[in-house]
Ligand binder design. Structure first.
Ligand code: CA
Length: 232
């Protein structure tokens, strides 16, 4: 079970959902997109994300009705929900909040503002999940500034290498299979070959520079953040 925050977006406007996915993934979130309200209701019986970004206007089942139903289910009663509404629906905002959304944004909204709200909600609902600073051995990863330092010196990682390192640093010493890394770093619904993991682990090692290799290859099993380095 990964500690990367998992965001589910329920929105049928593809340009918006893809733009949100892009921005959320860049911040290290794992993102799923569902386009219909009724599909989301079904998917949420199988998967519980850490937060739901829910559009009001959806095919199949409206966001507001889905929100109401989720609040009645014991397994989703406490699921954090941010409702997205269109400008014309602003007068309905109060109804949205009383239906149980934790927050709302009015389209067109600023993406950094939505990101800030998501972080604020997750900090309340899952403290620890978004610890701003992760440390392991001589490595330091700052999730607010996206900076990575080794022995105090700043390193420059690509976005995938950053997420990979963040994933490892959330569970130091734990061995992850390539499939688990794909699931936690790339996401369940992205088709990527398992060899891609090896390529990015290689890039990460290179970016981490000289000195002791912080990533341990576990033959036949996968990779982990090297315990010896963590104990250093
Ligand atoms: Ca919509």
């Amino acid at each position: 079970m990964s500690m990367t925050a998992h965001v589910m977006i329920v929105e049928d406007e593809e340009p918006l959902s893809l733009m949100l996915r892009y921005n959320l993934e860049a911040e290290g979130y794992r993102v799923d997109i569902v386009e219909r309200g009724d599909d989301a209701e079904a998917v949420l019986r199988e998967v519980t994300p850490d937060i739901l970004i829910l559009d009001w206007m959806l095919p199949g089942l409206s966001g507001i009705e889905l929100c109401r139903r989720l609040r009645q289910r014991p397994d989703t009663r406490a699921l954090p929900i941010v409702l997205m509404t269109a400008r014309g629906e602003e007068s309905e905002r109060i109804r949205g909040l009383t239906t149980g959304a934790d927050d709302y944004v009015v389209k067109p909204f600023s993406v950094p503002e939505l990101m800030a709200r998501i972080r604020a909600i997750l900090r309340r609902s899952k403290p620890g999940l978004l610890a701003a600073l992760l440390r392991a051995g001589d490595l330091e990863l700052d999730r607010e500034t996206h900076r990575v330092r080794r022995k105090g010196r700043e390193l420059h990682l690509g976005p995938t290498e950053y997420r990979l390192l963040e994933f490892f640093m959330q569970s130091p010493g734990r061995v992850f299979s390539r499939a688990q890394l794909l699931d936690g770093v790339w996401g369940r619904d992205v088709y990527v070959d398992e060899r891609t993991v090896d390529v990015h682990v290689g890039r990460l090692r290179k970016a981490l520079g000289n000195g002791r290799d912080p990533i341990r290859t576990v033959r036949g099993a996968g990779y982990s953040l090297n315990e010896e380095m963590i104990l250093k």
